[in-house]
Design a protein around this ligand. Sequence first.
Ligand code: URA
Length: 218
Amino acid sequence: MSENVITPPSAPVVVLDHPLVQHKLTRLRQASTSTAGFRRLTREISLLMAYEATRDLPLETVEIETPLEHMEGRLLSGKKLCLVSILRAGNGILDGMLDLLPAARVGHIGLFRDPESLEPVEYYMKLPEDIDVRVCIVVDPMLATGHSAAAAIDRLKTAGARQLVFVCLLAAPEGVAFLSAAHPDVKIITCSIDRELDEHGYIRPGLGDAGDRLFGTK
Ligand code: URA
């Protein structure tokens, strides 16, 4: 008897082609952009990414009074959010997202790569207790190999998270393929899928090291 294997449909990969996003991304890529400029642009573009990441939030109908008449309006139906930053560069995306989503809870996950096993090792994780009822927006500016993103999402699922979106500024095709294969239920939102990952793990043409550019550490 043949078994009926149902493969869940892969969540979409969304590339934000809005002119404002593309303009800000190009400014971010430029080597001549200062640390202050890089931070400001990241904050602005993150607000726009948050707009896309919350596109599927459910609404409920409410009866309201305008100054002129009664009407049915729509409000968010109370779905709770959690932004999860993959340390350290993910923190650069939080500020802009929190401008738009001031009531969201924030979690942090820190991972490093074990030099021998090459496996991601967790060194920090702090999440809200009710992560299971929250839509988690996981943020890291660069989806390079996809290994940290997949490992962070593994840990979030183990902690109970059930609804997740991954948001980055730039993605390498390799990172998109790895993350989509590891977590086909997780929608990826990015401002660009660049050409490739180089032999040093940098996205090309990319924008360099996002953490160094955000925090001025180089
Ligand atoms: N992380 C970065 O900061 N930049 C890359 O290009 C790849 C990973």
